[in-house]
Structures are given as C-alpha cells and as structure tokens.
Design a protein around this ligand. Structure first.
Ligand code: UDP
Ligand code: MG
Length: 327
C-alpha cells in the first residue's frame, strides 16, 4: 500500500451478509465520514468481507470498488459466520490500525473520528459501547443476565454493550491474529490480548432494514462459545458436583445401614430409588454434555481447517491465509 509521507493507514473492516438493502446507504455514510476526515494524517482502505451473501451484496461491493480504489473486498465461497469474516478482514488489513464495524448502520461511522482521537492519545483498543436504547426488554434482559453470568464464570472480562465495533492498533491486531484457535470468540479474544483499552459511549440504533442476522439458535450457540472457549470452569463444576453427590450418597448409605441395623429391613423405598436414578441420570447427562462441548471443540481444533475460503477478492494476496512473514 502506497502512503503519502507521514500518513498512517486505517483499514475499515466490514463483514456483510445479505445486506443489499442497506449497503449503499452504509457506503455513502462511510465515504462522507472519510471525506470529513480527509485532513487528518490518515489514508483509508475499506475491506468489505462478503460472507457468502445470497443477494445482490456482491454486485454492490463490486460497484463501490470500481468507483473507489480504496475499496477492497473478500468474498467467501459460502456463509462462514461473522467471526470468520472479521478474521479474514483483519488478516488482510494492511493498516497501521483497523476499525471493525457492521454494515447495517448500527455502528455510526461518525464515531471513527473520535476513535482515532483516542488512539492518538495512546490507547491500543478503542471500544464503542452502546447503551440499550430501543432494545426490547426481552433482549436487553437476556443480554444483561448473560453478561452477569459469563463474567462470573469466565477468566476474561466482557462488557455489556461493547460489541465488535472497535478500533485496534497494529500491535493489537497482530496479537489477536497470533491466537490460532479455530473456535473464535472475538469479544473474548480482544479482551484476552489486553493492551490499553478505553470505551466511548454511543446511543444504540435499531437496524435500518430487516431483522438481525442472528437467530435465537445462533445466539445460543454464540453464548455457549463465550463460556466454553474461555475457561475450564464448567469442567471444574462437574468435578465439584460429582464430589458433593458422592458425599451425599455416602451419608445416605450410612444412614440407611444404621436404620436397617436398628429397625430391620424397611419397606422397599420406591420414591428414593426413582429420585436417585433421575437425579444421577440428570447429573450424568449434563456432565456428558459439557464434556461433549469441549470434545467438539478439540475436534474442530485438531482438524485444522481454515476458518473461511475465499472465492474472489481484489486484494493482491489472495491465498486463503496470509503467511505472517509475507506481510
Ligand atoms: N454478518 C456476517 N455473517 C453472518 C451474520 C452477520 O458477516 O453470518 C454481518 C452482518 O452483515 C452485519 C454484522 O455481521 O454487518 C452484524 O450482524 P447483525 O446486524 O445481524 O447482528 P446484530 O447487530 O444483531 O448483532
Ligand atoms: Mg446489527
């Protein structure tokens, strides 16, 4: 990337999945913002990551790229999910810093200027944090409860309202990319790598068109990922639970033995038998399930599949994974 002397490059990574309705609006808003920031000491590149959209998203992106050479794109061979799209964007970002933002205008481009101010103050991660204005009580309730729960269980700190809209310094990008795991949970990874972090608040907006691309099933999967990919706490809980149950049943056996010695053999305890079977069955199933979660993840890790496959791109290096030394 050629740079005018003394200028840094800011990469703007935008994952898009079926965003044809809003993308033109988004691109316009972003370009306006870049125009406003033309006198800053930055050059800009925009990387649209088309995550296997089935609508006219790719056509629009090609049109933008035609009009403006700063527009780059990476089109996946199918839908690989937002995590993969963000990874691809960061791996191919040439910038000295990068902003990740959604295409649905929920992340206002006007914030980029304020983010750069913070970066210049010396922060490595500037995280835009939204309030929950206009969210349905259901989704804000679930989100709050989730964060409360996760922060109790997980070794890294996750902040409610702090999403993927953030500015990362080159050091942070490299740190995040050095984490090779296949099951990526970026919110956790960004927090895990550390560096100087700061927050800027903005008012929540509703999606401009359509509904969120996250179905309940996807959110649930994402929620489990958030807990499981960051610690072994659930495994530990299995051990505690098993231990407690063992002690309880030992105590029960002793009690039973003593009562048989004193009163002779009792009427066969139908209720206790059923209770024991069902409780133990439940505990075993839960434990197996938790172990399954980890085994599934280990399975995904050992397969070493790429996180995404690129079908087409206008970037010079079009291999699916950029070697670190080629940068
Ligand atoms: N997205 C993506 N791949 C997916 C789902 C979503 O690249 O499989 C993109 C989507 O186009 C948008 C961003 O990720 O730019 C956030 O998606 P969405 O607005 O649906 O999520 P929410 O705002 O509800 O978290
Ligand atoms: Mg959105």
């Amino acid at each position: 990337m050629e740079r005018k002397t003394g200028r840094s490059l800011l990469s703007i990574v935008v994952p898009c999945y079926n965003e044809e309705k809003v993308l033109r609006l988004f691109n316009g808003a972003l370009m306006d913002q870049l125009k406003k920031m033309a006198d800053r000491r930055y050059e800009y590149e925009i990387i649209y990551v088309n995550d296997g959209s089935g609508d006219g998203t790719q056509k629009l992106i090609l049109e933008f790229a035609e009009k403006d050479t700063r527009v780059k794109y990476i089109a996946f061979s199918r839908n690989f999910g937002k995590e993969a799209a963000m990874l691809a964007g960061l791996e191919h970002a040439a910038g000295d810093c990068a902003v990740i933002m959604d295409a649905d205008l929920q992340h206002p481009p006007s914030l980029i200027g304020r983010m750069l101010d913070k970066l210049e103050e010396g922060y490595d991660q500037v995280i835009a944090r939204r309030d929950r204005t206009g969210d349905s009580w259901k989704s804000s309730f679930f989100a709050r409860t989730y964060y409360r729960l996760v922060n109790k269980m997980v070794d890294v700190k996750m902040v409610d309202g702090a999403g993927d809209f953030r500015l990362l310094s080159r050091a942070t990008i490299d740190a995040v990319l050095s984490l090779q795991e296949a099951n990526r949970f970026s919110k956790g990874l960004f927090s895990w790598v550390g560096f100087n972090q700061t927050y800027i608040e903005y008012e929540n907006r509703q999606r401009a068109f359509d509904e969120s691309r996250w179905s309940f099933k996807r959110l649930l999967r994402y929620g489990v990922d958030g807990i499981v990919s960051f610690n072994v706490q659930p495994l530990r809980m299995c051990v505690y639970l098993g231990g407690a149950l063992l002690l309880l049943s030992m105590a029960y056996l002793v009690y039973l033995f003593v009562s048989i010695l004193i009163h002779g053999i009792d009427v066969p305890g139908y209720f206790t038998t059923i209770a024991l079977i069902s409780v133990l069955g439940g505990v075993q199933l839960i434990s197996l399930g938790i172990i399954g979660e980890y085994v599934g993840r280990i399975y995904a890790e050992v397969k070493k599949r790429p996180a995404y496959i690129i079908a087409r791109t206008n970037l010079e290096h079009d291999s699916w994974r950029q070697e670190p030394d080629k940068k």
